[in-house]
Design a protein around this ligand. Structure first.
Ligand code: NDP
Length: 332
């Protein structure tokens, strides 16, 4: 079987040579363990931070060792109570074809309720990030005007749609291509959208939100955050979810230069870590699965085939090749 190793720590933008696909023996499960054949691997922006040798909220990848991340697959051998061959599970040993792990670290999922890959996206970590980040962290309420960046991605596309479903007055999104902008308005029901590459975010946001915004869900940081601070109304709230515009920066980012505006406007800017919101999981799954079933929530995936293309899928995610969730499908 094959697994991905981090061959070198990227400086700035990662390169294909920073990753290596390596042959690895398949270890049979010991007591309490399961062996899983992975079907889908997740590639996520936070993995870029794990490629740096710095202390953070997730430990760094080790050089020359297998990388990890979200994955779903089927149990092919089990020495754990409650796990049978054929069970579908979500676990944390992605970036590889086969995973042997303590069954305590696997969660059974139902492939009849939703396609397996959905547990890496809309029904999984990014979905809960959107749901908790909007409803809990931003204290979203009916009638709010919401702006979300990275709006055509896994988290952002859900933030905008959930805001609409929960009674937002107006939802505005930004994304990096004309196709994505069209999708936001036509498929996801955003009221307005713009391509941040077309001109200053501040100007485009002012046009899209003439009455200002009440909530900003930040996936990008930098000029997006600065523009949002400028556009926020009094008592506005910001969910600081990600700052993908600076993940490959080699020097400290500038700004936001207008943070002092937060004083007079009594803004609240709050960081989000999805793992703090596990208590919301049952409510989140019930509500989101319902919306998927009745067609009121649209969910897109960009699927890359083959374990050998995992590093390329990750690089593509950073470039914006994806619409919706980027996943890698393994040949079975
Ligand atoms: P996405 O599906 O949104 O994929 C990343 C997207 O980022 C790309 O498609 C690209 O779209 C956009 N992007 C890349 N570079 C830039 C740039 N310079 N400026 C603006 N947009 C850029 O990923 P996720 O939905 O998985 O994650 C979205 C954000 O949420 C990330 O910042 C991530 O780190 C964060 N996150 C945080 C969590 C937490 O617990 N705090 C949990 C999960 C995610 P485009 O074509 O529009 O540029």
């Amino acid at each position: 079987a094959r697994e991905w190793h981090l061959a070198a720590r990227p400086e700035g933008w990662p390169k294909p040579e920073d990753f290596a696909l390596v042959a690895a023996p398949v270890r049979q499960p010991g007591p309490g363990e399961i062996l899983v054949r992975n079907e889908y691997l997740s590639v996520d922006p936070y993995m870029r931070g794990r490629m740096n040798d710095v202390k953070s909220y997730v430990p760094p990848f080790q050089l020359g060792a297998a990388m990890d991340g979200g994955a779903v697959g089927y149990v092919v051998a089990s020495q754990a109570d409650g796990f049978e061959v054929g069970d579908a599970v979500l676990h944390g040993l992605g970036w590889r074809e086969y995973a042997t792990l303590d069954a305590k670290h696997a969660v059974k999922v139902d492939p009849k309720l939703a396609p397996l890959s959905y547990y890496l996206g809309v029904l999984g970590m990014p979905g809960l990030t959107a749901y908790a980040g909007l409803l809990e962290v931003a204290s979203f309420k009916e009638g709010d005007t919401v702006f979300v960046s990275g709006a055509a991605g896994a988290v952002g596309s859900l933030v905008g749609q959930i805001a609409k479903l929960k009674g937002a007055a107006r939802v505005i999104g930004s994304a990096g291509s004309a196709e994505k902008v069209a999708k936001l308005v036509e498929d996801y029901g955003f009221d307005a959208a713009f391509n941040y590459k077309d001109g200053p975010v501040r100007e485009q946001l002012a046009k899209a939100a003439p009455e200002g915004i009440d909530v900003y869900f930040d996936n990008v940081g930098g000029d997006h955050l600065e523009a949002a601070i400028g556009a926020l109304n009094v008592h506005g709230r910001v969910t600081l979810c990600g700052a993908i515009a600076q993940y490959n920066d080699t020097s400290a980012p500038a700004g936001p230069r207008n943070l002092a505006l937060a004083i007079g406007k009594r803004l609240r800017l709050q960081g989000l870590l999805v793992r703090d919101h596990a208590a919301l999981q049952p409510q989140f799954v019930a509500e989101v699965a319902g919306w998927l079933k009745d067609g009121s929530l649209r969910y897109d995936e960009t699927v890359v085939d083959g374990v050998e293309n995992t590093a390329e899928a990750f690089l593509g995610l950073l470039r914006g090749d994806n619409t919706g969730k980027m996943v890698v499908r393994l040949a079975s």
